[in-house]
Design a protein around this ligand. Structure first.
Ligand SMILES: [Zn+2]
Length: 73
């Protein structure tokens, strides 16, 4: 099994993708339970605090943008 590590955008902890919740930001942040929605995604820990920050933080947009840039290089 391939381990996919993602960083929680709220607290910065690195975890396996399966342990994190994916958010997708299209018109508004949405939880992406199946991990297949279109749009920019970000991962947060599966706890209330990180979810809340993930949904609300403006900083998130910036981190998403820089992730996007890195990926497309
Ligand atoms: Zn977290």
């Amino acid at each position: 099994m391939k381990r996919v590590i993602r960083t929680c955008v709220s607290c910065g902890v690195k975890r396996e993708k399966t342990e994190l919740i994916r958010f997708v930001y299209s018109d508004e942040p949405q939880e992406d339970a199946k991990g297949n929605r279109q749009g920019r995604g970000a991962y947060v820990c599966d706890n209330e605090k990180c979810r809340e920050i993930g949904l609300n933080r403006k900083k998130l947009t910036r981190s998403l943008l820089s992730n996007q840039l890195r990926r497309t290089r």
